[in-house]
Design a protein around this ligand. Sequence first.
Ligand SMILES: Cc1ncc(COP(=O)(O)O)c(C=O)c1O
Length: 464
Amino acid sequence: MDDLDVTSMMEDLRKRLKPYDDPRKRISNMPENGMGKDDILNHLSQYAESENQPWKLGKVSGAVYHGGDDLLEFLEKVYHIYSQSNPLHPDIWPSLTKMENEIVAMSSGIMNGNEAVRGSVTSGGTESILLAMKTYRDYYRSAKGISNPEIILPTSAHAAFLKACDYFCMKSVFVDLDDSFRVDVEKVKNAITPNTVAIVGSAPSFPYGVMDPIKELSEIAADQNIGMHVDACLGGFIIPWAEKLGYHTGRFDFSLPGVTSISMDTHKYGFGPKGTSVLLYRNSDLFQQQIYANGTWQGGIYFTPTMAGSRPGYPIVAAWAVMMLMGRKGYEESARKILETGKFIKNGIHNIPGIRILGDPLWVIAMASENAGAYRIMDMMGKKGWMLSGLANPPAFHIALTMRQTYPGVKEKFLEDLKASVDEAAKGGKTEAGMAPVYGMASALPEEQVRFFLKNIVEWLYSQ
Ligand SMILES: Cc1ncc(COP(=O)(O)O)c(C=O)c1O
């Protein structure tokens, strides 16, 4: 990639990621006198009006999983009641602890857990995964004296597991996928060493939306007396109903004796506002390792179940309120709509020459193309307003279907635009817009250089 390419790529990124970057309108100092409320609200509305358009039109992969007007109005009322609450103070807000426990109980129920299951609500999938990995590190240090812990990860496992290894000084041991984009069970067996503390399986995986063979993985974990974490951050509120709705997932939950922890995100298909995920453990021995407790601090007795100190109570209450509002029937119905949309889109893609689906997914559908080039197609889709997620190794992209794509006409429009994009991309040309060139570049450079480049992009993003 030459200098010119980098310059034009950065220019395009600037337009997309920093569209308000007008030095005359930049706020670099706090105003001497506060602004009027109406002015502030107008300011926000102007941002939101254009930014909410793509997801409202159903053109965004994942990100907003429900977003229905009725639900949002309801959540605003919940916010009004609980805006000031903080579960760090269970004496001031005991109802928060009660609701958190009820979220854990309801989640455990749909994951076939029994009364021994323990857990907590975290700030999101990443925190659930970080905590679960820290728990296995500490548990097996104490149970087996392992001081150089290793985690076995399918190459499709979420980046949060690598972040956990980075943060908590654990070794990540990658295992390849088979032709169906599920982790290869035999290779997992071969990757186990005396330092292995846990195996990870996704239900389903972020990139390809396919279920790892959780049953087989859990049998290995049980046999080796190590942990088995099921990452159901994406699937936790869809897969429990999938088999009943006629889709095959295989078993994935606490009904498998080797499964020792599960993460499932209330802020994705649980339809809560951003800021919550549920982390469940099979028993209290594991959960104990997650808890931080300090009885000697000059600031007093201090304990937290998760990473944060103060936490916003509102997202927890909102997650509880949405679960109570939806009930099992409500989630089953939304899963039905999303899975049916997935089926329709998969059938449609099968009829578009020049593009293929990776693996056999349900509702998170990854696509690749040898002739037209996945990133070029993603680029063309971007020009038609679609905001899809790029994937690497192999070059591909996916759409994670949400309730927004179940609205009339959206799935048909997706297929129409996809067909046109494949045709346009097949004519050649380089990728020009949005994240597509960044993916193209990342696939062409050595890992170290990509990391260096990305860190600089992040620094640029977080500088005025
Ligand atoms: C399978 C899976 N695990 C973990 C995560 C991380 O979740 P979060 O972005 O809430 O931290 C995601 C996010 O998409 C995911 O799909």
